[in-house]
Design a protein. Structure first.
Length: 243
């Protein structure tokens, strides 16, 4: 999308992204559930990008029959799932510490029907995003779509939360730690949508993914991180820490 340049556009970016925070504070949504859905969103976003790049680099054969083509398509998806599996552990283990102060119960979370629906919606949205990327790659290259930059934005957004975890600052929020992380994620997303280049320059290694030949003002709609659910579908279970 075109970067917001008017007060109304900026307001729309803010309002759209703060919906989960408002839901937690006003409607009793589960902050841990929202945070986990954001984590799933991060993994799926990276998987979609890798799947699209794999398909571009190794296009499916057109002269070997339907079975060969289907096998190739499954291979692309497998590449994306492999990347998700590889990064899920280093990115996901700190999630345990993020949720620990609030006493989040994983069994209770998985038993929540709304949470399971949220995951299903995230997966469906990721598939839709993948199809959209496939179509874009028919006429443009990964460099033209700036997929490396998109991957960096998605990855570094979650790194912001990891940095907050490693500083130990989150412990002062106690039971509201998950709400702190959701708010931090939302704030980071707003910064990325408004000033992605500034965000990249501020992050370690992020400047390497900037393209000096493409002004930020001319970034196309695929330049922002492909978030399958922004805001994510949230489980509307009342969090016991917000009763």
């Amino acid at each position: 999308m075109v970067l917001p340049t008017t007060p109304l556009a900026l307001a729309q970016v803010v309002v759209r992204n703060i919906v989960p925070v408002a839901g937690i504070l006003l409607f009793g949504w589960s902050a841990p559930n929202v945070l986990v859905l954001y984590f799933i969103d991060t993994l799926l976003s990276m998987g979609v990008i890798v799947t699209g790049i794999a398909r571009f680099l190794l296009p499916p054969p057109n002269d070997q029959g339907l079975a060969a083509r289907a096998n190739a398509e499954f291979g692309y998806v497998g590449a994306g799932l492999m990347v998700i599996a590889v990064v899920a552990i280093p990115l996901g283990v700190p999630l345990i510490f993020m949720l620990a102060p609030g006493g989040a119960d994983w069994r209770e979370m998985l038993a929540d029907r709304g949470f399971r629906i949220g995951i299903a919606l995230q997966v469906a949205a990721a598939c839709w995003s993948g199809v959209d990327l496939y179509r874009a790659l028919r006429t443009q290259t990964p460099d033209q779509l700036r997929l490396k930059r998109r991957f960096a934005l998605v990855f570094l957004r979650w790194i912001v939360l990891l940095m907050a975890t490693y500083t130990g600052f989150f412990v002062i929020f106690g039971h509201y730690g998950a709400l702190f992380y959701v708010t931090l994620y939302v704030a980071t997303t707003i910064v990325i949508e408004i000033a992605p280049d500034r965000f990249l320059r501020a992050m370690p290694g992020g400047a390497e993914d900037m393209d000096p030949d493409v002004p930020a003002a001319t970034t196309d709609k695929l330049a922002s991180p492909p978030s399958p659910g922004a805001p994510p579908a949230t489980a509307h279970r009342h969090d016991r820490h917000h009763r």
